[in-house]
Design a protein around this ligand. Structure first.
Ligand SMILES: [Zn+2]
Length: 473
């Protein structure tokens, strides 16, 4: 097995990946807060997680991937303030919070499917793990890491020596940083955070609520990730991912809760954080009107997989700037890629490889693996695929390598062959072949007649240098 190197936010360096158990990797991803439509910024994050998982599988690991659904308790500010996003979302859409939670959860996973993201093995909702969260909070109180007040149960960050290690800030600095933050009346320090919110004050009409040893209320956002990740992956596991926005509050809080409760460190061995997506050089925000969804992408005539292709062109730790122009280039690149793969498949020239070509083939495979195992250098891996398709190795070998690489890239390239066999009738493929011959001999007017014939039969022809691609209208 080759070595994989990953940048670990905890140690702030690229490290050799060595899972706790030799072949089974536990991976937890902070999921989506289902109070509104998932936008292309969130989509990028989850495509990056998908790539990480695929790279691990490509290297022979089996991965247990757990992802939560935040359907309660995520307050408007990631710290302790404001009302619950779910309740706010429910008011905005004039619906029950449970109703919008399920609606936006469906929308989220449908968007993920369109981007060819492999679904997590376990999808867990916060509202369905209230007991686990209550038990964890009780443990923290029993161990002296949490305190009950008339408004909420708080985690006392002062009691946890390593608080803030993840983002390289000492607690004393953090105190200064958060001094100006409005805090709860009974909160001892600004960096303490809520574990259980009581149904009083601005939360008195909170629709989602449960009984607890500390009264009627609902769990805070951070505790759900500790409770559910440890339930499904154990008290210590391999990889935890999330957006870079979680580096300063959510993830340090998860570490504090989990390690304080179990007394085991580290809670997670490798922390992986994804950079933001920018739109037209600006941060995505509602006020700028640049929160696009997968539907917006489709309505503008692009395929969701073109968006995936665009994501693959930037490293996960680098910001990516989205513009409609960049998506259009990605769409063209993807179409071109498909044409080349199709040509490689249809030329079907399996030959005995010369020593030189065999060595070349091996070299491409090695370069691809080196790229993906070097902290997921996907843009470099994508460049290797293009080099393969432009090389002089036999078409069938090009096609085989493409299918192998696509296990990681997830662009659906290996389905081209299946698609041809299942959907395109022989009659159409025969016409396509005749037309390609005519085009190659320069007989464009005859070739055009065949194109019309194909189109009348309900198919569209796309031309590329290497050959043509046909698909259903
Ligand atoms: Zn989380």
């Amino acid at each position: 097995m080759s070595d994989i190197f990953l940048y670990n936010s905890l140690t702030k360096k690229k490290e050799k990946f060595e899972p706790i158990n030799t072949l089974r990797v536990g991976m937890y991803t902070c999921g989506f807060t289902v109070y509104d439509y998932a936008h292309i910024g969130s989509c990028r994050k989850y495509v990056m997680d998908d790539l990480l998982k695929r790279v691990l599988v490509y290297n022979g690991y089996s991965v247990t991937h757990v992802q939560n659904v935040t359907d309660v308790g995520h307050l408007v500010s990631d710290a302790n303030e404001g009302e619950d996003k779910m309740e706010k979302g429910a008011r905005k859409y004039g619906k029950d919070p449970y109703e919008i939670a399920r609606f936006f959860e469906n929308y989220f996973y449908e968007s993920m499917d369109k981007l060819n993201i492999i679904r997590p093995d376990i999808i867990c909702r916060a509202t369905e793990h209230i007991t686990e969260q209550i038990q964890l909070i009780q443990k923290l109180i029993d161990k002296g890491f949490a305190y009950d007040t008339p408004e909420a149960v708080y985690f006392e960050a002062d009691k946890f020596d390593k608080y803030g290690e993840l983002f390289g800030q000492r607690l004393t600095d953090k105190k200064t940083a958060r001094d100006n933050v409005i805090k709860g009346k009974y909160q001892k320090s600004p960096y303490d955070f809520v574990l259980w919110v009581k149904r009083i004050g601005i939360h008195k009409d909170h629709i989602m609520h449960w009984d607890s040893p500390w009264g009627d209320g609902f769990p805070g956002w951070h505790i759900e990730c500790s409770a559910m990740s440890m339930k499904y992956l154990g008290e210590q596991f391999d990889i935890h991912t999330g957006g870079e926005d979680h580096l300063s509050v959510h993830h340090p809080n998860e570490i504090a809760q989990s390690e304080a409760a179990t007394g085991k460190s580290p809670f997670v061995k490798y922390w992986v954080h994804h950079a933001f997506l920018m739109v037209n050089g600006q941060k995505m925000s509602k006020s700028l009107g640049n929160l696009f969804t997968i539907d917006d992408v489709v309505n503008k005539g692009f395929e969701p997989l073109a968006l995936r292709y665009l994501y693959l062109t930037a490293h996960y730790r680098d910001p990516l700037n989205f513009t409609w122009g960049s998506l259009s280039s990605a769409q063209n690149a993807l179409s071109n890629l498909r044409s080349q793969v199709f040509a490689a498949y249809s030329q079907n020239q399996r030959t005995v490889l010369s020593f030189e070509k065999d060595a070349k083939r091996e070299d491409f495979a090695r370069r691809f693996r080196d790229a993906i195992n070097d902290d997921l250098a996907i843009p470099r891996a994508l460049a290797v695929l293009w080099t393969v398709l432009k090389s002089n190795i036999p078409s069938e070998d090009k096609y085989d390598l493409t299918c192998e690489f696509d296990q990681v890239l997830g662009l659906g390239l290996s389905e081209i062959r299946a698609g041809i066999r299942e959907e395109i009738p022989d009659e159409i493929l025969e016409l396509l072949k005749q037309r390609d011959k005519l085009r190659k001999s320069g007989n464009f007017s005859e070739a055009d007649k065949i194109r019309q014939e194909i189109e009348i039969k309900g198919y569209i022809v796309n031309d590329a240098k290497e050959g043509s691609l046909v698909r259903k209208k």
